[in-house]
Design a protein around this ligand. Structure first.
Ligand code: URA
Ligand code: SF4
Length: 199
């Protein structure tokens, strides 16, 4: 680097700067009702990145993604397939909890997704998995028929992409739990295959 070249923030610093932006963000009305913004958590070198919908009550209190009942199921099903929370990264479409867990509004999604897109760019995962219809629709920018589209390999901005059922659906119905476990099994086998190829 020459003396007069612009100073480039190291990736980790850029990440920490964005974390601080999100912590105090007021780009949409969800900032008025949140307790804590939930930036996302996990490994900055993750090869596999999950995108959920929005923080729930527990996540809002703790400031971490997927720590409530859905998160515990996700963690358990991943661990059963040899994937730990420490090696992956998990984020959400919107970083602040919608009141009463209502669906995020389009304007809130639009205000917040630039953070997610930057996270994906910085972490640069090989595989992205959208959890549930809302996350998938926000990423693909189209309507998603989850019952038809889950568990299939797709492409998202040049990355290997899959839609999985949301673990909260799995908690509601045994049939969805089976399908959710099936999605994670397919995802895990591709992930392990890619890891072994990468050495
Ligand atoms: N559900 C989500 O979609 N995201 C979370 O962080 C927790 C539950
Ligand atoms: Fe900002 Fe996103 Fe929170 Fe809205 S949901 S206030 S855009 S961090």
């Amino acid at each position: 680097m020459t003396a007069d070249s612009p100073v480039q923030e190291a990736p980790q610093n850029r990440f920490e700067i964005m974390r601080e932006h999100v912590r105090v963000c007021q780009r949409c009305p969800l900032s008025c009702t949140r307790t804590n913004a939930v930036f996302g958590a996990g490994n900055l070198n993750a090869r596999l990145l999950f995108v959920g919908e929005a923080p729930g009550a527990q996540e809002d209190l703790v400031g971490l993604p997927f720590v409530g009942r859905s998160g515990q199921l996700l963690t358990k099903v991943l661990e059963a397939r040899g994937i730990s929370r420490e090696e992956i990264f998990i984020s959400n479409i919107v970083k602040c909890r919608p009141p009463e867990n209502r669906d995020p509004k389009p304007a809130e999604v639009q205000a917040c997704t630039p953070y997610l897109f930057s996270q994906i760019d910085m972490i640069n995962p090989s595989i992205v998995c959208a959890l549930g219809r809302h996350a998938a629709a926000a990423l693909l920018e189209r309507k998603v028929l989850i019952t038809q589209e889950h568990g299939k390999w797709m492409n998202y901005r040049g990355r290997t992409f899959m839609i999985a059922l949301h673990p909260s659906a799995a908690l509601r119905m045994p049939k969805f739990k089976e399908l959710f476990e099936y999605d994670i099994a397919i995802l895990a086998s591709k992930y392990h295959e890619m890891q072994s190829q990468a050495g």
